[in-house]
Design a protein around this ligand. Structure first.
Ligand SMILES: Nc1ncnc2c1ncn2[C@@H]1O[C@H](COP(=O)(O)OP(=O)(O)OP(=O)(O)O)[C@@H](O)[C@H]1O
Ligand SMILES: [Mg+2]
Length: 270
């Protein structure tokens, strides 16, 4: 099993997608064969890597994560079912393949309601291809429903991006205990890597108080490099590039430092 890192938070808009997509791109650039998995029905990681037209064609011809997780049967002309190797899109960035998402995933909790071992659908579907990769990165939706559970059940590690604002920081404790309970129920070994301070805006008293509180509560679990707001982050996504292919040297250095910390925390040498 390759190192598999999920980006998780119950809170929306804290930078999970931006951090996971760029982390995958960074790993690819550093020579690690990487699989980026979009487990969010919002499909944001997917659209950060490929155009809407490319996605439309690919999902019609080959299917998406929704199909390999057992949503709708996606059959090819010869009548065979969707296979992970067909659904995965190769080289969306250098050394990075993508398992794209689909809006259909929104209803998967209901679709799989009476299915056994539904938390392990994704892991099972990827059995034949997973060993082709040295790093797997999962972008999760802002909840702990079936798609996130599937990401966690196949992950070795998870990290929590958090914005330094009151409401964002509020749910971190609840998230960590819920993930712990989930792993205990599943008898699954999952390491909490830490928290990434993300989307850090202009200095403000309130923000520094929340940051100080997070550092007091979670100590060395808070990564030293905070990710500040940079326009290039959303610009890169809109151009289906990573920040490492843009011209903002400050952003490149900041994301690079953060990812070096992350890689050392998950024990991967580059
Ligand atoms: N460091 C940053 N600087 C500037 N903009 C950012 C940064 N990180 C993320 N963004 C932008 O903020 C918005 C929300 O970020 P993102 O989509 O990564 O959050 P998310 O946690 O994945 O949200 P959701 O929970 O809805 O999936 C996006 O438009 C993204 O481009
Ligand atoms: Mg997201």
């Amino acid at each position: 099993m390759p190192t598999t890192l999920s980006f998780v938070n119950l809170k929306g808009g804290v930078g999970k997608t931006a951090l996971s997509v760029n982390f995958a791109a960074y790993c690819g650039k550093k020579g690690l064969k990487t699989l980026l998995i979009d487990t969010d029905p919002q499909t944001n990681a997917t659209f950060s890597c490929i155009t809407a037209d490319a996605w439309k064609k690919h999902s019609a011809d080959h299917g998406t994560i929704a199909n390999i997780m057992g949503m709708k049967r996606h059959t090819s002309a010869d009548g065979s079912e969707a296979k992970a190797e067909d659904v995965i899109i190769e080289e969306v960035f250098y050394n990075v393949d993508l398992l794209p998402s689909h809006l259909d995933l929104f209803t998967i909790d209901l679709d799989l309601a009476s299915t056994t071992a539904r938390e392990k659908k994704l892991k099972r579907a990827l059995t034949d291809v997973i060993d082709d990769y040295e790093m797997v990165v999962c972008d999760c939706p802002p909840n702990l429903t079936i798609p996130t559970q599937n990401a966690l059940a196949m992950s070795t590690h998870y990290v929590v991006p958090v914005s330094p604002d009151f409401l964002s920081a509020l749910g971190v404790g609840i998230l960590l205990s819920r993930v712990q309970e989930f792993c205990a129920d599943l008898e699954h070994d999952l390491t909490h890597v830490g928290l990434i301070l993300s989307r850090v805006g202009r200095p403000a008293k309130h923000r520094s108080e929340v940051t100080a509180d997070l550092k007091k509560r979670f100590k060395a679990k808070v990564l030293k490099t905070a990710i500040r707001e940079r326009v290039v982050v959303s610009q890169a996504a809109s151009e289906n590039r990573s920040v490492f292919d843009m011209k903002d040297k400050i952003a490149i250095k900041m994301f690079g430092n953060c990812y070096n910390e992350l890689l050392s925390k998950v024990g991967v040498q580059i």
